[in-house]
Ligand binder design. Structure first.
Ligand code: GLN
Length: 492
């Protein structure tokens, strides 16, 4: 029985633990074994402690034996991006500066996962402080794409996406500031949801750009993503941007199909630089959903083309402020034995990688007295225009359909010397981030060479349900979500 554990949905795994047909320990052992076979090659984990995983699973089994009620994720392993704090467990954010850091508290989402009965399954590799689109910015090691280990898994939640795609874990949490859940989900052929800004508490998520950061689920199916989202959504007084009206998803709703759903396609925004295979896949999904009863219309996002420029002012500005706390005094690395200033400089000089330093420089410049109005303030105004574009589009459409990325997964090293090319990869994911609206990447198809193509659905605030519902309809209509990478099959 345990040979098939990795193929099960999280939903079925939890059900089998609740009804006693499987033990949480058996599930934990099966995933640990699989992870042991592939994770070194893929670089998916920065920290994995089998002992604590097995202890947590035993605790769930004991609870069942004593007749205590079990939560919706009972016994289901959930991998956690390494920028989310777990009490006493190393949390490096993929950075040298936090190499020895162990947070003294749990993030809100971790508390919620414990309550749901989930098994916290290791800390996944990521770009340093979540800055990147390829996972090559991890200070420790890159992550590789399970569909083709010569290619990147996307970033910054690359470890989380790759581990789910490789069947090392059924579920994972990532964080998305400008695309970091959706883009790796697209590159790895899994579902990735960026919830509405404020739907999931950021308490205990190490801050990158606080007005954009959101924690989101990665899963192999829309229902599993909904299950994980449900376990973490909701108001938390410790995050002042948390939304009181945030709500979970009713799994029944996801089965309702797409009849009558109005799908807006921002045609004008899809021109230049879009890979023809992704374009063709989008057309195919559009037609397929129309056959299922959806209606299609054209929408305009006239300011979306300014999204990259806007984001790369706002996000680095916030990062430069958020990262000021790593000064060698309170957390992690401390280096240099001269005066205080020398200690700051040496610590930050050694502790931060190139991309992080680049962002700090960009952000500090954009916020400096003489330039604040020209850059930061202006970017905030454009952000408002981008947000209004979405409000207008949602006057006509229920969801928008667009690409996640302009190209399929690229090769390791292909863009590392050209930050602008790397930033341009985010062109389709960033507009929804700036607008704060929910957005989802779902497995839509494959390139001729067998690489996954993800497409993006963007929704109205707190309407994660419709996104998951449309993705669910496509899962039923196509086989895009059913394929597994050869590497995962071979390890079976
Ligand atoms: N790739 C984008 C960046 O480098 C987005 C990262 C993210 O969403 N955390 O900033």
């Amino acid at each position: 029985m345990s040979a098939s554990v990795h193929k099960e949905t999280a939903e079925d795994l939890a059900r089998s633990v609740r009804d006693g047909s499987r033990s949480a320990s058996e599930i934990a052992r099966a995933f640990l074994e699989r992870t042991g076979r592939t994770s070194d090659r893929l670089g998916t984990y920065l920290h994995l402690d089998p002992e604590s995983i097995l202890a947590a699973a035993t605790a769930v089994d004991d609870r069942r034996k004593s007749g205590e009620p079990l939560g919706p994720l009972a016994g289901v392993p959930v991998a956690i991006k390494d920028n989310i704090c777990i009490r006493g467990v190393p949390t490096t954010c993929g950075s040298r500066i936090l190499e020895a850091y162990r947070p003294p508290y749990d993030a809100h989402v971790i508390t919620r996962l414990r309550q749901a009965g989930a098994i916290l399954f290791g800390k996944t590799n990521c770009d340093e402080f979540a800055m990147g689109s390829s996972n090559e910015n991890s200070a420790y090691k890159p992550v590789r794409n399970p569909w083709d280990p010569e290619r990147v898994p996307g970033g910054s939640s690359g470890g989380s996406a790759a581990t789910v795609a490789a069947r090392e874990a059924p579920l994972a949490l990532g964080s998305d500031t400008g695309g970091s859940v959706r883009q790796p989900a697209a590159f790895c052929g899994v579902v990735g949801l960026k919830p509405t800004y404020g739907s999931v508490s950021r308490y205990g998520l190490v801050a990158f750009a606080s007005s954009l950061d959101q924690i989101g689920p990665l899963a192999r199916s829309a229902r599993d993503a909904a299950l994980l989202f449900d376990s973490i959504v909701g108001r938390d007084p410790r995050d002042m941007t948390s939304r009181p009206e945030a709500k979970g998803v009713d799994l029944e709703e996801l089965e309702r199909g797409v009849k009558g759903i109005r799908i807006g396609i921002p045609g004008q925004f899809l021109g230049e630089g879009l890979d023809p295979e992704i374009r063709a896949c989008l057309d195919q999904v559009r037609d397929g959903l129309a056959r299922e009863g959806a209606t299609e219309l054209d929408v305009a996002l006239p300011h979306a083309r300014y999204a990259i420029a806007t984001y790369y002012l706002i996000a680095p500005a916030e990062a430069s402020s958020n990262l000021a706390r790593y000064d060698g005094v309170r957390y992690g690395l401390r280096a240099g034995n001269g005066d205080l200033r020398g200690m700051y400089e040496t610590t930050r000089g050694l502790g931060f990688g190139r991309e992080v330093k680049r962002r700090i420089l960009l952000g500090t410049y954009a916020l400096s007295a003489g330039y604040y109005d020209a850059y930061y303030l202006r970017a905030q105004k454009v952000r408002t225009l981008i947000r209004r574009d979405f409000t207008e589009a949602f006057g006509k459409a229920d969801v928008l359909l667009l690409p996640v990325t302009p190209t399929p997964p690229f090769r390791l090293g292909e863009k590392t010397e050209d930050p602008l090319a790397m930033y341009l990869n985010d062109i389709y994911s960033i507009p929804a981030s700036l607008a704060g609206v929910p957005a989802l990447s779902f497995p839509a198809g494959f390139t001729k060479s067998g690489l996954p193509i993800g497409l993006q659905l963007v929704g109205k605030p707190v309407d994660e349900t419709t996104l998951l519902r449309v993705a669910r309809a496509w899962e039923k209509a196509s086989d895009a979500a059913r394929r597994a990478p050869a590497l995962a099959e071979a390890a079976a």
